[in-house]
Design a protein. Structure first.
Ligand code: NAD
Length: 448
């Protein structure tokens, strides 16, 4: 898609983005609820059984030029994204169920929906995983690799990737696996060299998710992190990403409660309304809920969910409004609900002269129905980034913050959590890589 430039100064022509020719291989780590909902959903859309609702790459538009120009192409026509027909899936899991069985276990999509595409789903079988129960206490699968060291396991994942490279033209890896225990950056995370030594020495600070990520980046494959795990949020893998030109992004899909939180909190701040307390609780009964029932995995998720308000409300700038918030996040495993999570928020706000008010939000959501389109958008946008000279060697793709609860940023930079700033950042990045004018929303030109 080319557009006529209509306003302002023409931006310098950017280097050309390589076209999305051939097959895009999507390698999914962890083939549970989100992964099967993604894979079954893409096939259902390809076969014309359903619409890709919730996906920005499939349904979103981007405005170009002035409001009076009436130019708003579909994003997928504006930038060269892989077509759904060209997407091929593979992946790893600690259980050896094929995608039909795994989707039945996850119980997100209805049996009728799955049966329409049963042979396709049955044709995808996970490869044995790199796994240790030390990092996910509540799971115990036996479809796992064994090796002499973590270095050997990384090599085995690289062998899997190389075999998939022979069948596809470009590849992307996305973590849809479980939430690992809470880990903080350690000495072996500080440089590529230290990390490689750590792999050889079986350093316990290196989690399975980091072994996959390392293997992907070594193979020049972009990596997205859908969980709150530390994974690529360490100097060693960020350095490797820049070096090999394999973009990275994370962490933790922004789907239900946090999506709503990052819409409401900016509204309170924009109106200078105070917040005294925000109590968020969830009940969910899927395998993710079971994993998060373990305090060590919950801690990883809690950190990811708690950061949001501080960054959005900026209590250091507005101490009278946000200096004394009581913020609590709870996740309760409640099997009867399955994947249909209930996210409940009580928000105590205050207005003019300090008068208190309350807001209650009860979001009866479907976790993986919200997450699957994000996973799709992430793999398509990361593949785009790896073909875009402007983005390829920059490591962290901050413009993809829109999809994450806990967006990764360059060292020393605070993350942008406000959903609408994130959306503007994403669309301006697309305009930028295509040499279009950025949209500032100044609008004075309409009143000349
Ligand atoms: N569903 C959502 O809305 C949502 C939102 C934000 C984040 N997440 C995160 O996404 C991840 C996936 O969620 P889900 O609902 O699909 O969970 P799930 O439990 O259904 O699926 C995760 C899968 O990962 C597998 N796994 C665990 N460790 C692995 C390893 N080392 N290698 C390969 N496979 C491994 C498990 O066996 C399981 O099948 C979780 O970390 C979750 O916290 C989900």
């Amino acid at each position: 898609m080319t557009s006529k430039k209509s306003s302002g100064q023409a931006a310098a022509a950017p280097p050309t983005i390589a076209p999305a020719t051939g097959k895009l291989g999507v390698m999914v780590v962890g083939m549970g609820a989100v992964a099967t909902t993604l894979i079954a959903g893409v096939e259902a859309v390809r076969r014309g059984f359903a619409k890709p609702i919730g996906s920005m790459t499939q349904m979103g538009t981007v405005r170009l030029g002035k409001r009076t120009d009436n130019q708003a192409p579909l994003i997928k026509d504006f930038v060269p994204l892989a077509k759904l027909d060209d997407v091929v899936f593979t992946g790893w899991d600690i259980y050896d169920e094929n995608m039909y069985q795994a989707a039945k276990t996850a119980a997100v999509l209805e049996r009728d929906h799955l049966d329409q595409i049963r042979p396709f789903l049955e044709s995808i079988q996970p490869m044995p995983a790199v796994f240790s129960q030390h990092y996910v206490k509540r799971l115990n699968g036996n479809h796992v690799k064994t090796g002499r060291s973590k270095c050997d396991l990384a090599q085995q994942v690289r062998n899997d990737i190389q075999a998939f490279k022979a069948k596809t033209d470009r590849q992307v890896m996305i973590w849809c696996g479980s939430t690992e225990i809470f880990l903080e950056p350690a000495a072996c995370h500080q440089s590529i060299e230290a990390f490689e030594k750590g792999l050889l020495a079986d350093d316990p600070a290196i989690a399975p998710s980091q072994i996959y990520a390392y293997a992907a980046l070594m193979e020049r494959i972009p990596f997205a992190n859908g969980a709150p795990n530390l994974t690529v949020d360490i100097p060693a893998l960020q350095e490797l990403s820049k070096k090999t030109g394999a973009p990275i992004c994370g962490k933790d899909f922004k789907t239900g409660q946090t999506l709503i939180k990052t819409v409401l909190a900016p509204a309170f701040k924009a109106r200078m309304l105070g917040v005294a307390g925000w109590y968020s609780t969830n009940i969910l009964g899927n395998r993710d809920g079971e994993v998060l029932d373990d305090p060590e995995s919950f801690k990883t998720k809690e950190e990811s969910k708690l950061g949001v308000l501080d960054f959005i409300l900026q209590p250091e700038l507005y101490p009278e409004l946000y200096g004394d918030i009581y913020h609590k996040v709870r996740i309760n495993y409640y099997p009867p609900r399955g994947d249909n999570k209930e996210g409940w928020d009580n928000i105590d706000i205050f207005g003019w002269l300090g008068y208190p008010m309350q807001i209650k939000v009860d979001f009866l959501c479907r976790d993986s129905i919200l997450a699957a389109p994000l996973a799709l958008d992430l793999v398509l946008f990361l593949d785009l980034a790896s073909r875009t000279p402007e983005l390829k060697h920059r490591g962290i793709q901050e413009w993809l913050s829109f999809f994450f609860k806990s967006p990764m940023t360059a060292e020393g930079l605070y993350p942008e959590h406000d959903l609408f700033i994130q959306s503007m950042k994403l669309k301006n990045t697309l305009r930028h890589i295509k040499g279009e004018d950025l949209i500032t929303h100044l609008g004075l030109e309409y009143y000349d």
